[in-house]
Design a protein around this ligand. Structure first.
Ligand code: EPU
Length: 296
């Protein structure tokens, strides 16, 4: 197959592409910059008889120390953004940070609460990323998918099965782009809001340390997994270079050279303690991938 433009790298450590800074080598990493190249990357995996997985900002994922014997398709180069009135249309690989900044410069409000979330738009939709009272799904007008049959479909958010930190998107296709509804706002007020949300995040979370955000979902809307783990005495508990954050117990931070197996040991310990002490069954929010590319 002729491949003139698609960027295809071999044996790249996945630690480079995750905010956790953890993960062994991927056999291939493809970096398409448009739909055509995305199709090309998928075809390449098929021709090589290799599994593939789609990677956004890598901010919610744990790759195994052994790496992945397949094709990681990174969407980071698919990052075109366009404003159409109060609607922001952006490709899946656009970082939330850039979206917030484009909206701010255009005097459009609505994305401020998401400041400090390190991911990209596609992943944020798949996970329905958010914080108390705000989810990315609330802002969606439509999402354009490349379906597994190879069709391009634009769907309203109601068809994506969006709920607390989940959606059905992974079973439906690959997000190419999305349209977000914003509202006009005064840029100086938007700036203040951005600053306020960011400060709160810095005050309450291990901002700037290597992590994958909250490890577990809250078991109920009014029950914080972080509080349960804290009450279970896990703040500061360490395995190798992985540690339950001293600032917020629902974050595991990579102090330097943490391995996936260290993180997984802490995950199991957290589940076990919370089950035994408080009777709650914690469920991972982070996506744990095995060496075959399956979500565990
Ligand atoms: N708390 C503790 N100890 C801790 C952590 C929290 O006592 O170690 C207490 C806090 O003091 C607070 C309560 O638990 O009274 C709730 O904590 P917080 O406001 O931090 O909210 P959370 O439920 O722990 C959720 C989201 C975060 C989001 C924050 C901010 C989940 C799993 N977590 O955390 O999302 O940033 O609200 O609104 O839904 C993420 O999804 O990756 C994530 C970080």
């Amino acid at each position: 197959m002729e491949r003139q433009r698609l960027i295809l790298k071999e044996q790249v450590p996945l630690s480079k592409y995750t905010t956790f800074g953890i993960g062994g080598p991927a056999r291939y990493v493809a970096e398409p910059q448009d739909l055509e190249e995305l199709r090309e990357a998928l075809l390449f995996a098929e021709e090589e008889g290799l599994p593939y997985l789609i990677l956004g900002g890598g901010s919610n994922v744990l790759f195994p120390d052994e790496g992945f014997q397949g094709v990681v398709i990174r969407l980071a180069r698919m990052n075109q953004v366009e404003l159409k009135g109060n609607i922001l249309e952006a490709e899946a690989g656009t970082t939330l940070k850039r979206l917030i900044s484009v909206a701010r410069d255009a005097g459009l409000s609505g994305l401020e609460p998401f400041i400090g979330i390190p991911g990209e738009l596609g992943g944020a939709i798949v996970m329905n990323a958010g914080l108390k009272g705000h989810e990315i799904g609330d802002r969606l007008v439509s999402v354009t998918l490349l379906t597994f049959d190879g069709y391009v479909e634009e769907l309203p958010p109601q068809e994506l099965g969006l709920a607390y930190r989940k959606s059905r998107v992974r079973d439906m296709g690959i997000i190419i782009k999305a349209r977000l509804q914003l509202t006009p706002g005064d840029p100086s007020h938007i700036d203040q809001e951005i600053e306020r949300y960011l400060q709160h995040r810095k005050d309450t979370q291990p901002y700037g340390q290597k992590s994958a955000g909250c490890v577990f979902k809250n078991p109920a809307p009014e029950v914080s997994a972080g509080k349960l783990l804290d009450d279970a005495g896990l703040k500061g508990y360490r395995q190798g270079d992985a540690m339950y954050s001293e600032k917020h117990a629902n974050f595991i931070v990579n102090l330097n050279q943490a391995r996936a197996r260290d993180v997984l040991a802490l995950v199991e310990l957290g589940k076990q303690r919370v089950r035994e002490m408080f009777g709650y069954e914690l469920e991972e929010e982070i996506v744990v991938i095995d060496a075959w590319g399956n979500n565990l």
